[in-house]
Design a protein around this ligand. Structure first.
Ligand SMILES: *[C@@H]1O[C@H](CO)[C@@H](O)[C@H](O)[C@H]1NC(C)=O
Ligand SMILES: *[C@@H]1O[C@H](CO)[C@@H](O)[C@H](O)[C@H]1NC(C)=O
Length: 416
């Protein structure tokens, strides 16, 4: 009885705080320029700073694959398709490979979906190998550096390790033929075999128009304290528990399912996007991979992302001051999530919301069609431009070979 009434008093107290804050949090929601760290570079214009040559490949590497399954256009890995389209008409494109700083090979390695829409990367290594074989025999540029001035979009869960299970991905490692190339990928985790130095971490694809069509008036208060929709357990693939999300999502559920400050559930309501705009904090815990589209959604909807994924490397981390914008919570600290979040001072919350309201921040998370200045396409180009000029040492002597074409699992060596 005592517990119950204390709970009730606490709830009233928070309701009071929230109402007060909801008003203040809205009032204070002006934008703030993203500066400090390297934030200003979000507004850089890549045009004139790099030239990209786009290899022309037979359509079986890209367009035909998409024709077979148009769902790939709305999938969280769709960046590989939109980046191709973007580059074809981008002012940074050059038709003269002799003057190119970067070479791009348009292969859609993640457009292989199960009937349920899950992408399978099993064919990716053979496809990629076949594409590299093709460019290296038809043009002289690959052999000059064995790929060190080439970039590839590899958005799958564990990038160019091409497996959706982490253990297997680690066992495979990055595809041997891509070991000198620059990889543009969604996966980012410090000290992980599937993230090599010099890679560019990008946001997953989230449909821009769809999100925009769900915007609600900014005057509506943020009356939800913590919001999350998604799985807590993946019973089908992780029957024993503890492996999925390294137990972090299970811990969220077990500790906070009855906490009135937490609006959390597995059910995806039709008002999902609207709800995020009515929330102060949005949980972005790891799932099978450390990243998820929730991060993009949280930024677009101005909900402070609570990042629960130890050692995650967030998108464009060299340009975006994520520590100022979001809240990082160690996986082991999930049981204290309520205390951690309720003890953040209001002025800190307000500042995070102002940073989130910055249009350049939102723009950097999106792959809109047509492209717009400052969007994720431009941030990728900025990232590539910052890596120039290439070091002299990447150019091989005539006839010199570094990569091993026969390394890796035998099944990957079969022709595609
Ligand atoms: C590049 O090297 C490979 C393997 O050594 C060779 O087969 C190929 O012909 C070379 N490409 C060109 C364009 O010379
Ligand atoms: C290339 O990899 C294969 C398979 O792992 C190995 O047998 C071979 O010795 C390697 N070649 C070189 C030159 O390292």
């Amino acid at each position: 009885m005592i517990n119950l009434s204390w709970g009730f008093v606490l709830l009233l107290f928070y309701a009071f705080l929230l109402n007060l804050d909801a008003f203040e949090l809205r009032k204070g929601q002006k934008t703030e320029r993203i500066s400090g760290s390297a934030g200003d570079v979000l507004e850089d214009d890549p045009v004139g700073r790099l030239k990209v040559f786009v290899y022309e490949l037979p359509s079986k590497y890209n367009k035909k694959i998409l024709q077979k399954d148009p769902r790939c256009l709305n999938h969280m890995f769709a960046a590989e398709i939109y980046m191709h389209r973007f580059l074809l008409s981008s002012p940074v494109r050059t038709l003269n490979p002799e003057e190119a700083d970067w070479f791009y090979t348009p292969v859609y390695t993640t457009c292989d979906l199960t009937p349920n829409g899950l992408p399978l990367p099993f064919k990716s290594p053979r496809m990629m190998r076949s594409a590299i074989q093709l460019i290296s025999s038809n043009w002289p540029y690959w052999n000059r550096t064995e790929g060190a001035d080439h970039f590839f979009i590899v958005p799958h869960d564990f990038g160019a390790c091409f497996h959706y299970q982490e253990e297997k991905a680690i066992e495979r490692g990055i595809l041997p033929l891509l070991q000198r190339a620059t990889l543009v990928q969604t996966f980012g985790q410090k000290n992980h075999v599937c993230l090599k130095e010099g890679s560019i971490t990008v946001p997953p694809y989230a449909p821009p128009q769809k999100m925009q069509s769900h915007l609600i008036p900014p005057s509506i208060p943020r009356s939800i304290f913590v919001y999350f929709r998604g799985l807590f357990y993946d019973v089908g693939n992780d029957p024993e528990g503890g492996y999925y999300a390294r137990g972090a999502r299970a811990a969220v559920w077990e500790n906070f399912k009855d906490n009135p400050l937490f609006d959390i559930s597995t059910e995806h309501p039709t008002t999902y996007y609207e709800d995020m705009q009515r929330a102060v904090f949005c949980l972005c815990p790891l799932g099978w991979a450390p990243w998820s589209p929730r991060l993009v959604e949280a930024v677009i909807f101005g909900c402070i992302p609570v990042i629960i994924a130890d050692d995650i490397v967030l998108p464009f981390a060299d340009a975006i001051p994520w520590e100022d914008i979001g809240v990082y919570v160690d996986e082991k600290d999930v049981p204290n999530l309520d205390t951690i979040l309720t003890s953040i001072p209001t002025e800190v919350i307000l500042r995070k919301q102002r940073l989130l309201a910055n249009p350049s921040m939102k723009q950097a998370m999106l792959f809109p069609h047509p492209a717009q200045p400052g969007d994720a396409f431009h941030q990728i180009l900025n990232g590539l431009a910052r890596k120039l000029p290439h070091e002299k040492s990447v150019y091989l002597r005539k006839g010199e070979k570094v990569l091993n074409w026969t390394a890796g699992p035998l099944a990957d060596l079969k022709p595609w």
